[in-house]
Ligand binder design. Structure first.
Ligand SMILES: [Zn+2]
Length: 322
């Protein structure tokens, strides 16, 4: 038996059930919210918590037992609010540690670190390990995985520093990693190179947002290096339409890669990056239910077997967290 930490405490990985491997409960810029509470969408604490409870209950009612939430520093992680939601919604939520940036690191790290003005050990590693071992910010909630990002900007000094710190925290704790990548710049391969150089076990890495691409050659190369492909933006059809997202999973499964794919939407109950109504109009299917309602039936129809669905939704997440 092996346990994974969730917001409600440790859970046997064998009881995680159907898992959506990349969803956010809330994505909020706290400083913006405190100073411009109505831009670009108004924030109402009680209403947003109630809304998240409803959305997670609907998700659970469709047979999803666990969501994996890679909301870290840069995306507004605030665990007490997640605990308040989880008290009312019966679903496993797995929390993360790490830093989300496409370029610069937070100023709190600029001058503190190896070779910097204040020449100390890498504080990021220490903070990530603390979240994993002791819990996050005085809550009893422990992070169960690590998160970093690399986007079109590539391996900037800030992105590389976070990625190496994530790799080092993985080596120290054995916890798995999710990387936000941009497949169109093949940044999954860059992340694999940097993480492998830090001694990371690439079979414990999800190369997130791989599903934004239809480049089968690229996807096979990432998977052949051992990592999971995050086919994790279903519903974000502005970036790649439904049909192409589905067909890519179908073809990769046909080629024997079901064991290397995980599914999700990268949706959020609330995200303050967009005007809520405009988002709803632009991407109406970008929510926690699209995979259950539309994607799974489409995959079945196109020849993906029940066994392959179980592999992607149950077995791969269990193996990743074990
Ligand atoms: Zn995300």
């Amino acid at each position: 038996m092996s346990n994974v930490e969730t917001v409600r405490g440790p859970v046997d990985t064998a009881s995680l059930g159907n898992v959506l491997m990349h969803e956010h409960v809330f994505v909020i810029g706290t400083e913006m919210q405190q100073n411009y509470p109505d831009y670009p969408s108004a924030w109402d604490e009680d209403a947003r918590v109630a809304d998240a409870v409803t959305k997670l209950r609907e998700c659970k009612a469709r047979g999803i037992d666990t969501i994996v939430d890679p909301t870290v520093i840069g995306l507004g992680r605030y665990i007490p609010r997640i605990q308040a939601v989880n008290e009312q919604a019966d679903i496993n939520i797995i929390a993360a540690t790490g830093i989300y940036t496409y370029n610069e690191i937070p100023f709190q790290f600029h001058y503190n670190g190896p070779g910097l003005l204040f020449d100390v050990a890498e504080p990021m590693v220490e903070l990530f390990v603390k979240d994993i071992r002791d819990g996050i910010a005085g809550t009893a909630v422990k992070a169960a995985f690590l998160k970093c990002a690399i986007e079109v900007q590539g391996l900037t000094p800030g992105v590389e520093r976070v990625m190496r710190a994530v790799g080092q925290a993985h080596v120290e704790t054995g916890k798995p990693i999710t990387v936000h990548t941009n497949p169109h710049t093949e940044s999954g391969l860059v992340a694999q190179r940097v993480l492998a150089a830090e001694g990371v076990d690439l079979s414990k890495v999800v190369i997130g947002h791989s599903g934004d691409s239809t480049d089968l050659d690229y996807l096979c190369r990432v998977a052949d290096a051992g990592s999971y492909l995050g086919m994790d933006r279903f519903g974000l059809d502005l970036l790649l339409p439904f049909e192409q997202r589905v067909d890519t999973v179908v073809e990769m499964a046909r080629r024997g890669y079901a064991e290397k794919m995980v599914l999700a939407h990268d949706a959020a109950c609330f995200i303050d990056w967009f005007v809520a109504d405009a988002k709803e109009q632009a991407v109406p299917n970008w929510n926690f239910n699209h995979i259950s309602d539309d994607v799974i039936p489409a995959l079945r129809e196109r020849g993906v077997t029940e066994e392959q669905l179980t592999t992607m939704l149950v077995d791969n997440p269990r193996r990743y967290f074990s």
